[in-house]
Design a protein around this ligand. Sequence first.
Ligand SMILES: [Zn+2]
Length: 179
Amino acid sequence: MIILTTGPMFSGKTETLIKTAIDLENAGAKYIAIKPTIDTRQAGNIIKSRASNRSIKAVSIDPFQADQDIISLIQAQKFLNIFIDEIQFFDKFSLLATITYLSIFKDMNIYLYGLNFDYKNKIYDINNYLIGIIDLKIDLKSECYLCGCAAEYTKRLIRSDKEIIIDDNIYVAACQEHK
Ligand SMILES: [Zn+2]
């Protein structure tokens, strides 16, 4: 089973990931959580929720060789569940190959979390590729920074052409009208 959870920043993706992982653990199921090394907001090997301050252990891996690194982690230990955070930072073909392998050959439950749109309001490619293979898609929304309406976009408050800037303070969630 492959479940994709997407949404803008500040929509509770990480909190949802942590809650799902803790629920599995309480039910006696083993899981592994993966995050890309590019996400420098959290020190150490954890995924932490800004909303609740809760955290779980995670393994940081190079997002450009996810296939090699994730598959060797899975082969070292038997996990039935895998969480992958911030999927938009991974090389899409490497990640797709990994997901397909783990789903078909290892029969794992795969929980994916990532941004829906980039700061130019363009859908992250990986989401388009995943549509054909996922079993369930969950769209989370935030609140618009201006009007408080349901927000599905992430807006950058500074001008920059840099593709990736990791800093929560320069982004807000925005609705269709205020994106
Ligand atoms: Zn708005």
